[in-house]
Design a protein around this ligand. Structure first.
Ligand SMILES: [Mg+2]
Length: 266
Protein backbone atom coordinates (compact mmCIF):
# COMPACT_ATOMS: atom_id res chain seq x y z
CA UNK A 1 0.00 0.00 0.00
CA UNK A 2 1.65 3.23 -1.16
CA UNK A 3 -0.14 5.54 1.27
CA UNK A 4 -1.21 4.55 4.78
CA UNK A 5 -4.90 5.21 4.20
CA UNK A 6 -7.39 3.73 6.65
CA UNK A 7 -10.58 5.60 5.76
CA UNK A 8 -12.02 6.72 2.43
CA UNK A 9 -14.86 9.23 2.11
CA UNK A 10 -16.66 9.36 -1.22
CA UNK A 11 -19.47 11.58 -2.41
CA UNK A 12 -22.26 9.62 -4.14
CA UNK A 13 -23.83 11.44 -7.14
CA UNK A 14 -21.20 12.45 -9.68
CA UNK A 15 -18.41 10.62 -7.82
CA UNK A 16 -19.48 6.98 -7.42
CA UNK A 17 -22.07 7.13 -10.20
CA UNK A 18 -22.96 9.70 -12.91
CA UNK A 19 -24.62 12.82 -11.50
CA UNK A 20 -27.40 13.01 -14.05
CA UNK A 21 -29.92 10.57 -15.43
CA UNK A 22 -30.53 8.84 -12.10
CA UNK A 23 -28.22 6.49 -10.20
CA UNK A 24 -26.52 3.96 -12.49
CA UNK A 25 -24.90 0.72 -11.37
CA UNK A 26 -21.33 0.94 -10.03
CA UNK A 27 -18.70 -0.22 -12.50
CA UNK A 28 -17.46 -3.78 -11.88
CA UNK A 29 -13.95 -2.39 -11.42
CA UNK A 30 -15.13 -0.02 -8.67
CA UNK A 31 -16.93 -2.83 -6.83
CA UNK A 32 -13.84 -5.06 -7.07
CA UNK A 33 -11.53 -2.29 -5.86
CA UNK A 34 -13.73 -1.28 -2.91
CA UNK A 35 -14.11 -4.95 -1.94
CA UNK A 36 -10.33 -5.45 -2.05
CA UNK A 37 -9.59 -2.30 -0.03
CA UNK A 38 -12.09 -3.31 2.65
CA UNK A 39 -10.54 -6.79 2.76
CA UNK A 40 -7.29 -4.96 3.60
CA UNK A 41 -9.04 -3.19 6.49
CA UNK A 42 -9.76 0.18 4.86
CA UNK A 43 -13.10 1.64 6.05
CA UNK A 44 -15.41 3.30 3.53
CA UNK A 45 -17.87 6.14 4.20
CA UNK A 46 -20.31 7.52 1.66
CA UNK A 47 -20.40 11.29 2.31
CA UNK A 48 -23.47 12.71 0.59
CA UNK A 49 -26.01 15.53 0.55
CA UNK A 50 -28.71 12.85 0.39
CA UNK A 51 -30.71 12.06 3.51
CA UNK A 52 -30.49 8.45 4.81
CA UNK A 53 -33.81 7.72 3.05
CA UNK A 54 -32.66 9.15 -0.29
CA UNK A 55 -29.36 7.29 0.03
CA UNK A 56 -31.26 4.05 0.58
CA UNK A 57 -33.42 4.77 -2.50
CA UNK A 58 -30.32 5.34 -4.62
CA UNK A 59 -28.68 2.20 -3.26
CA UNK A 60 -31.70 0.08 -4.16
CA UNK A 61 -31.91 1.77 -7.57
CA UNK A 62 -28.28 0.79 -8.21
CA UNK A 63 -29.06 -2.81 -7.23
CA UNK A 64 -26.07 -2.99 -4.88
CA UNK A 65 -25.80 -5.95 -2.55
CA UNK A 66 -23.11 -4.44 -0.33
CA UNK A 67 -23.13 -1.31 1.86
CA UNK A 68 -20.52 1.20 2.99
CA UNK A 69 -19.13 1.00 6.54
CA UNK A 70 -20.51 4.46 7.38
CA UNK A 71 -22.99 6.95 5.93
CA UNK A 72 -22.40 10.70 6.33
CA UNK A 73 -25.67 12.23 5.14
CA UNK A 74 -27.36 15.59 4.54
CA UNK A 75 -23.86 17.13 4.47
CA UNK A 76 -23.66 16.85 8.26
CA UNK A 77 -24.84 13.66 10.01
CA UNK A 78 -22.73 10.64 10.99
CA UNK A 79 -24.26 7.16 10.89
CA UNK A 80 -23.05 3.61 11.44
CA UNK A 81 -24.89 0.48 10.25
CA UNK A 82 -27.84 -0.78 12.25
CA UNK A 83 -26.93 -4.14 13.85
CA UNK A 84 -30.41 -5.58 13.34
CA UNK A 85 -31.38 -4.39 9.85
CA UNK A 86 -29.01 -4.49 6.87
CA UNK A 87 -29.03 -1.24 4.87
CA UNK A 88 -30.43 0.83 7.76
CA UNK A 89 -28.42 3.40 9.70
CA UNK A 90 -28.24 4.54 13.34
CA UNK A 91 -26.57 7.54 15.01
CA UNK A 92 -22.84 7.08 15.59
CA UNK A 93 -22.10 8.87 18.87
CA UNK A 94 -23.93 12.07 19.83
CA UNK A 95 -22.83 14.20 16.82
CA UNK A 96 -26.26 14.10 15.15
CA UNK A 97 -27.92 15.40 18.32
CA UNK A 98 -25.36 18.22 18.43
CA UNK A 99 -26.00 19.16 14.80
CA UNK A 100 -29.76 19.06 15.30
CA UNK A 101 -29.58 21.30 18.38
CA UNK A 102 -27.26 23.77 16.61
CA UNK A 103 -29.54 23.94 13.58
CA UNK A 104 -32.68 24.37 15.68
CA UNK A 105 -31.07 27.20 17.64
CA UNK A 106 -29.82 28.87 14.44
CA UNK A 107 -33.11 28.67 12.57
CA UNK A 108 -35.09 29.93 15.55
CA UNK A 109 -32.82 32.98 15.77
CA UNK A 110 -32.52 33.50 12.01
CA UNK A 111 -36.17 32.90 11.07
CA UNK A 112 -37.35 36.55 10.72
CA UNK A 113 -34.39 37.61 8.56
CA UNK A 114 -34.41 34.37 6.62
CA UNK A 115 -38.08 34.79 5.73
CA UNK A 116 -37.38 38.35 4.56
CA UNK A 117 -34.46 37.11 2.48
CA UNK A 118 -36.65 34.43 0.91
CA UNK A 119 -39.17 37.07 -0.17
CA UNK A 120 -36.32 38.96 -1.89
CA UNK A 121 -35.09 35.77 -3.58
CA UNK A 122 -38.61 34.92 -4.76
CA UNK A 123 -39.15 38.41 -6.17
CA UNK A 124 -35.84 38.48 -8.06
CA UNK A 125 -35.56 34.90 -9.34
CA UNK A 126 -37.62 31.88 -10.35
CA UNK A 127 -36.32 29.92 -7.35
CA UNK A 128 -38.62 27.37 -5.76
CA UNK A 129 -38.40 27.32 -1.95
CA UNK A 130 -38.21 23.88 -0.33
CA UNK A 131 -39.69 23.46 3.15
CA UNK A 132 -39.08 20.96 5.93
CA UNK A 133 -42.13 18.76 6.33
CA UNK A 134 -43.74 18.16 9.69
CA UNK A 135 -46.11 15.16 9.63
CA UNK A 136 -48.50 16.90 12.00
CA UNK A 137 -48.41 20.51 10.80
CA UNK A 138 -47.33 20.08 7.17
CA UNK A 139 -44.64 22.30 5.59
CA UNK A 140 -42.73 24.24 8.27
CA UNK A 141 -39.53 26.28 8.10
CA UNK A 142 -37.62 26.76 4.81
CA UNK A 143 -35.01 24.04 4.28
CA UNK A 144 -33.48 25.27 1.03
CA UNK A 145 -34.36 26.07 -2.55
CA UNK A 146 -33.85 25.10 -6.15
CA UNK A 147 -33.31 27.44 -9.07
CA UNK A 148 -33.95 27.02 -12.78
CA UNK A 149 -30.31 27.48 -13.78
CA UNK A 150 -26.76 27.54 -12.36
CA UNK A 151 -26.51 31.23 -13.23
CA UNK A 152 -29.59 31.95 -11.14
CA UNK A 153 -28.06 29.97 -8.25
CA UNK A 154 -24.83 31.99 -8.61
CA UNK A 155 -26.93 35.09 -7.91
CA UNK A 156 -28.75 33.45 -4.97
CA UNK A 157 -25.52 32.45 -3.20
CA UNK A 158 -24.04 35.93 -3.77
CA UNK A 159 -27.18 37.39 -2.22
CA UNK A 160 -27.06 35.03 0.80
CA UNK A 161 -23.35 35.84 1.21
CA UNK A 162 -24.29 39.53 1.37
CA UNK A 163 -26.36 38.75 4.51
CA UNK A 164 -23.35 37.35 6.41
CA UNK A 165 -22.96 40.45 8.59
CA UNK A 166 -26.53 40.03 9.86
CA UNK A 167 -26.58 36.22 9.93
CA UNK A 168 -22.99 35.07 10.56
CA UNK A 169 -23.96 31.49 11.46
CA UNK A 170 -26.28 30.97 8.49
CA UNK A 171 -24.59 29.18 5.63
CA UNK A 172 -25.62 26.91 2.76
CA UNK A 173 -24.58 23.77 0.96
CA UNK A 174 -24.85 24.06 -2.79
CA UNK A 175 -25.05 21.21 -5.29
CA UNK A 176 -25.67 22.60 -8.81
CA UNK A 177 -29.20 24.15 -8.78
CA UNK A 178 -29.99 22.86 -5.27
CA UNK A 179 -29.20 24.69 -2.04
CA UNK A 180 -29.74 23.69 1.57
CA UNK A 181 -29.59 26.23 4.40
CA UNK A 182 -27.31 25.12 7.22
CA UNK A 183 -25.21 26.15 10.20
CA UNK A 184 -21.77 27.41 9.13
CA UNK A 185 -20.00 24.92 11.44
CA UNK A 186 -21.48 21.77 9.85
CA UNK A 187 -20.59 20.34 6.44
CA UNK A 188 -19.10 17.24 4.78
CA UNK A 189 -15.67 18.21 6.14
CA UNK A 190 -16.70 18.47 9.79
CA UNK A 191 -18.78 15.26 9.52
CA UNK A 192 -15.72 13.46 8.13
CA UNK A 193 -13.48 14.91 10.85
CA UNK A 194 -15.95 13.64 13.48
CA UNK A 195 -15.93 10.16 11.93
CA UNK A 196 -12.11 10.21 11.95
CA UNK A 197 -12.19 11.23 15.62
CA UNK A 198 -14.63 8.43 16.51
CA UNK A 199 -12.48 5.86 14.68
CA UNK A 200 -9.20 7.33 15.94
CA UNK A 201 -7.97 7.79 12.36
CA UNK A 202 -5.98 11.01 11.74
CA UNK A 203 -6.54 13.17 8.64
CA UNK A 204 -3.14 11.95 7.31
CA UNK A 205 -4.74 8.52 6.86
CA UNK A 206 -7.97 9.74 5.26
CA UNK A 207 -8.84 10.02 1.54
CA UNK A 208 -11.81 12.01 0.19
CA UNK A 209 -13.30 12.44 -3.28
CA UNK A 210 -16.15 14.61 -4.57
CA UNK A 211 -17.29 16.68 -7.52
CA UNK A 212 -19.38 19.69 -6.44
CA UNK A 213 -19.56 22.79 -4.20
CA UNK A 214 -20.88 20.83 -1.23
CA UNK A 215 -17.76 18.63 -1.40
CA UNK A 216 -15.29 21.53 -1.03
CA UNK A 217 -15.17 21.36 2.81
CA UNK A 218 -13.84 17.78 2.69
CA UNK A 219 -11.40 18.41 -0.18
CA UNK A 220 -9.29 21.32 1.11
CA UNK A 221 -6.74 19.09 2.87
CA UNK A 222 -7.95 19.61 6.44
CA UNK A 223 -10.30 16.65 7.04
CA UNK A 224 -8.49 14.41 4.54
CA UNK A 225 -4.79 14.63 3.65
CA UNK A 226 -5.39 12.72 0.39
CA UNK A 227 -7.99 14.11 -2.03
CA UNK A 228 -9.18 13.59 -5.59
CA UNK A 229 -11.98 14.47 -7.98
CA UNK A 230 -13.30 13.05 -11.25
CA UNK A 231 -13.13 14.83 -14.62
CA UNK A 232 -16.76 15.96 -14.30
CA UNK A 233 -15.99 17.96 -11.11
CA UNK A 234 -16.75 21.69 -11.27
CA UNK A 235 -13.75 24.06 -11.70
CA UNK A 236 -13.86 25.17 -8.03
CA UNK A 237 -13.45 21.54 -6.91
CA UNK A 238 -10.56 20.88 -9.33
CA UNK A 239 -8.83 24.02 -8.09
CA UNK A 240 -9.28 23.04 -4.43
CA UNK A 241 -8.08 19.47 -5.06
CA UNK A 242 -4.98 20.73 -6.90
CA UNK A 243 -4.35 23.26 -4.12
CA UNK A 244 -4.39 20.43 -1.57
CA UNK A 245 -1.91 18.42 -3.66
CA UNK A 246 -4.58 15.94 -4.79
CA UNK A 247 -5.35 14.17 -8.05
CA UNK A 248 -7.71 15.49 -10.72
CA UNK A 249 -8.64 12.44 -12.78
CA UNK A 250 -9.12 12.50 -16.55
CA UNK A 251 -11.88 9.91 -16.09
CA UNK A 252 -15.47 10.60 -15.08
CA UNK A 253 -17.37 9.77 -11.86
CA UNK A 254 -16.75 6.18 -10.64
CA UNK A 255 -14.04 5.60 -13.25
CA UNK A 256 -12.22 8.68 -11.97
CA UNK A 257 -12.50 7.33 -8.43
CA UNK A 258 -11.01 3.99 -9.53
CA UNK A 259 -8.15 5.89 -11.19
CA UNK A 260 -7.48 7.93 -8.03
CA UNK A 261 -7.64 4.94 -5.67
CA UNK A 262 -5.34 2.86 -7.88
CA UNK A 263 -2.73 5.63 -7.74
CA UNK A 264 -2.90 5.68 -3.94
CA UNK A 265 -3.10 1.92 -3.36
CA UNK A 266 -0.54 0.68 -5.85
MG1 LIG B 1 -21.77 14.99 -6.17
Amino acid sequence: MAADIKLISTDFDGTLVPAFGGPAPFSDELIELLTELRRRGVRWAVNTGRSPGLLKDAWEHCGLNFHPDFALTSERDVYRPCDQRVGEWVDYGDWNQQTLAAHRELFTAAQPLLLEAIEVIKSRSRARILYNFDHVNGPSEPAGLMTKTDVEMDWVVDYIDSLKAQLPKLHYQRNSIYLRFCHVDYDKGTALAELGRLLNIPSESIFAAGDHYNDLPMLDGRAARHVACPANAIPAVKQTVRGAGGHVSAAEDGYGLVDALKRLFA
